[in-house]
Design a protein around this ligand. Structure first.
Ligand SMILES: [Zn+2]
Length: 483
């Protein structure tokens, strides 16, 4: 029987800066879902990559005295390094928008939108934020500036461009949202995009004059223009599947998209309108996360409050970094983190929590059991897996609320910890060895459950715990104390 297919993608970060904690969180979350769905027996297509065209990259490359291609090659390599750094599934697909195949796909997307009468030439004046690479309406500006990029001046652009007939898709988009009440998760983001679309849509420019900015995919049949970076980049979600050669996307599309809240409009309105125009299936679902701030402020170099994924891994290790971002960053809202708080969470929940519980149980088991009841490994453990269908846990994973899912695991950690304290197996063993052994077997059973449940979140830790149970040997400190 053919396995069910499951497609999941992150956004493609724009390569004008090193990978930041927001993207790290997004790709770790997506990785958890990919691993979880794989564990359910599905075939997984997990996609990420880098968004490499546009004005800002062209400018940065020029500044650095490099060609744009040299510049994006360097950054794309840097982004590829975070896959092993963060323990992301190694079979993830990595698409670059400068890949030849992607360019062909973006041009085909363009042609289909043209064929449907949705791309036209017009003269237009626009306000443009180079930081966002987006046109801005007056209502989106504060004191004439983009609130996300106050160091950039808003540019007024007037040129003959190609436009995409976004306005035509207002009703179709609203219908898409109405028919799929969980199309965007969380619900308040669906409401937000619904009211944006209800407010009326303006056609937007989808090309740039090559003479002004050449770093883009050529517009088909017009050598004076290159494509607007968003139009090109969004197409990656299907180009990665082998479309257009594979008209059926190899069976992978429609899929689930993960993104941050600054991407809500592009993912859930612009991209959907492009798909509708090209007469292709709209996305299955879009998950939108919040921002991560530090010390009450947006992270920025000038404030010196940037916490980078590299620093996190250096201090806590890969799995602990995953844990910290999965459990202590809110799945939907903005979250504030500081090094002090991260240290507290690490010590309380990993060193004194899961780490301590694992060594407590395995110390007892190693000392008092001749061999592990799980020495057969996989098969016996799989029997436990079948006991492990926690309804709360599964529901949380389906609604991308990884915080609730991981809380559920730590609820078991806390429970067993309490049970051991209460039952005092170290005392019991002196009076009734048989009874003590039975107790230890129960603790081991729960530790197997924990080891299995934690797998998508902390794959290395899961492996260490399950291997230790199998071989009946207390592992090295799972989570060393911070110095
Ligand atoms: Zn901006």
């Amino acid at each position: 029987m053919e396995k069910e297919k499951f497609y999941l993608t992150t956004t493609l970060p724009y390569v004008n800066a090193s990978p930041h904690i927001g993207f790290a969180t997004e790709i770790i979350r997506a990785d958890v879902i990919a691993r979880y769905q794989k564990g359910l027996g599905k075939d997984i297509f997990f996609n990420t990559g880098t968004d490499e065209h546009g004005q800002k990259i062209y400018d940065k490359a020029t500044e650095a005295g490099k060609t744009p291609q040299e510049y994006v090659d360097g950054y794309s390599a840097e982004f590829q390094k975070i896959i092993p750094l963060l323990g992301i599934s190694s079979d993830i697909h990595f698409v670059r928008t400068t890949d030849d195949h992607h360019k062909i796909a973006a041009q085909e997307m363009w042609r289909r939108c043209v064929a449907n009468g949705d791309i036209y030439k017009a003269n237009h004046q626009v306000k443009y934020c180079k930081g966002c690479e987006l046109e801005k309406t007056d209502s989106e500006l504060e004191d004439g500036k983009c609130p996300l990029h106050t160091t950039y001046e808003i540019e007024i652009r007037e040129e003959e461009n190609y436009f995409f007939r976004f306005s035509k898709y207002q009703e179709a988009l609203l219908e898409l949202y109405r028919k799929n009440p969980t199309f965007v998760v969380p619900e308040f983001r669906l409401k937000e995009i619904t009211s944006f679309v209800e407010g009326g849509l303006q056609d937007f420019s989808v090309s740039r004059l090559k003479s002004k900015m050449s770093w883009g995919i050529p517009v088909p049949d017009d050598e004076d223009h290159v494509m607007y970076v968003w139009f090109d980049a969004l197409t990656n979600y299907i180009s990665t599947t082998g479309w257009p050669e594979k008209e059926d996307f190899g069976g992978w599309w429609p899929g689930i998209q993960f993104a941050g809240k600054d991407n809500l409009r592009q993912q859930s309105a612009v991209w959907q309108a492009m798909l509708l125009s090209a007469k292709l299936p709209t996305s299955k679902q879009i998950y939108i996360g919040g921002f991560i701030n530090s010390g009450g402020q947006k992270m920025s170099k000038s404030l010196g409050n940037v916490i980078s994924p590299h620093e996190l891994v250096e201090r806590y290790g890969t799995d602990a970094t995953r844990y910290l971002l999965l459990r202590h960053v809110h799945p939907y809202e903005d979250t504030d983190i500081t090094w002090e708080r991260l240290d507290e969470w690490y010590t309380a929940n990993l060193v004194n929590g899961l780490g301590n519980l694992t060594s407590r149980i395995l110390k007892m088991s190693e000392t008092y059991l001749d061999k592990s009841p799980y020495s057969q490994g996989v098969e016996v453990m799989n029997a436990v897996r079948n006991d492990t269908k926690e309804r709360e846990f599964e529901y949380a994973l389906r609604s991308f609320n990884l915080q609730v899912a991981i809380d559920e695991i730590w609820r078991i950690v806390g429970q067993i910890d309490l049970q051991i304290t209460h039952e005092e197996p170290f005392k019991v063993v002196k009076e009734d060895k048989k009874k003590a052994k039975e107790m230890i077997e129960v603790y081991l059973y729960y530790l197997v459950r924990i080891g299995l449940l934690v797998e998508p979140f902390m794959p290395e830790t899961s492996k260490t715990i399950l291997d230790a149970i199998k071989t009946n040997k207390k592992p090295e400190n799972l989570f060393p104390r911070l110095l």
